[in-house]
Design a protein around this ligand. Structure first.
Ligand code: KG4
Ligand code: ZN
Length: 343
């Protein structure tokens, strides 16, 4: 049998506060994965400062790309295409990656592929789970997005519902800030919640009444802030671990129950979660239990592929490569790119 020549894609991600590059073979095999996180720099300010993010991307992008090629043992000549996140994200941050990818593609005479960041998150599941086959029920839960969808094909998504206000990750970050845990809130709430009682405080569920598959996290966030205000007025000390665990339970419960009911309603047997919040340990355990109970098969990326990385961009780009969907030199950063749209 003749071996097909593998497709090696150099992928770049710079949409928020991670400067990342990776070499991915055939959309699945990780030849390298380099992530430079700017978190320490932004922590001082309690959140991502866009201007600082852009500058740090500019400083790190060349060394990060060089390292990704070196770790993969590849020269640019051996790479088949250059992929980059073109949106959504912070415009200045995105522009650094897009300009870098264009320059490399131009100089090395390689095709250029623009990737949708959220599509990248979803494709993170394809890296480790070849058994995951469309159609399946998907949930992408990140710092800026919360979408429930049916993956009709690997990269064709029918949106069933979304958040009508804050994204789930945003709620984690805001609640963490309110109880003084700092940025980034998700992992900190995850950690402290392990010592708390999730039944301690009955917070409202984060759903939208009358809308089966939409989410609303701002009401839950307000309930947490009200709880804190009342406690302060009465001079009571708040058990942060209990509060974190109770808030987290409210988020996890709504995501699990809605995912399971949507999968059942649409006759889907597989469920996949993705995005930064899918690294949450309570969500992973809760979703596993809910899917086991309902007889559904659950897929989730390893935590390193849940949060921002370039491997997922290389995984998504492979589908574009197969269709020979290449970007022109006019590829631009599109900060508000919607799921299903390409720049
Ligand atoms: O997907 P991501 O890395 O970036 C975006 O595309 O937004 O998601 C970042 C979000 C942040 O809000 C962060 O607090 C949250 O994911 N996150 C978590 C955890 N790790 C990251 N939320 C809950 N638990 C975690 N372990
Ligand atoms: Zn992301």
């Amino acid at each position: 049998m003749s071996e097909m020549k593998p497709v090696d894609i150099l992928a770049i991600e710079s949409s928020c506060d991670e400067t990342a590059a990776a070499v991915v073979r055939n959309g699945r095999e990780v030849l390298s994965n380099v992530i430079y996180s700017q978190i320490d720099m932004h922590t001082v300010y309690g959140g991502v400062v866009p201007e600082l993010a852009s500058r740090a991307h500019i400083e790190k992008i060349n060394p990060v790309v060089r390292q990704a090629l070196k770790d993969a043992g590849k020269t640019l000549e051996e790479i088949d295409a250059i992929a980059v996140t073109s949106g959504p994200g912070l415009v200045g941050a995105l522009l650094v990656g897009v300009a870098e990818a264009k320059a490399i593609a131009w100089a090395a005479k390689k095709p250029l592929i623009g990737v949708h960041h959220i599509e990248g998150h979803i494709c993170a599941n394809y890296i480790e789970h070849p058994e995951l086959k469309s159609p399946y029920l998907g949930l992408v839960i990140s710092g800026g997005h919360t979408h429930m969808f049916i993956a009709e094909e690997a990269t064709k998504f029918k949106i069933l519902g979304r958040t009508v206000d804050d994204a789930a990750g945003e709620a984690f970050d805001k609640v963490a800030r309110a109880i003084g845990l700092g940025y980034p809130g998700g992992p900190k709430i995850d950690r402290i919640a392990k010592e708390g009682n999730p039944e301690a405080i009955p917070f409202p569920q984060a759903h939208v009444s009358g809308s089966e598959y939409d989410f609303s996290f701002s009401g839950l966030k307000s309930a947490v802030l009200n709880y804190l205000n009342h406690a302060e007025m009465k001079g009571e000390t708040v058990n942060k671990a209990d509060l974190a665990a109770s808030f987290q339970k409210s988020v996890v419960d709504v995501l699990c129950s809605r995912a399971v009911s949507a999968a059942k309603a649409h006759g889907l047997k597989q469920v996949a979660i993705a995005g930064g919040v899918s690294a949450n340990s309570a969500l992973r355990a809760g979703m596993q239990a809910a899917c086991d109970k309902a007889g559904l098969e659950l897929f989730m990326p390893s935590p390193i592929y849940c949060t921002d990385n370039a491997v997922m961009i290389g995984a998504a780009a492979y589908f574009e490569y197969e269709k020979q969907h290449f970007a022109g030199w006019d590829l631009n950063a599109v900060p508000n790119l919607r799921l299903g749209e390409h720049s």
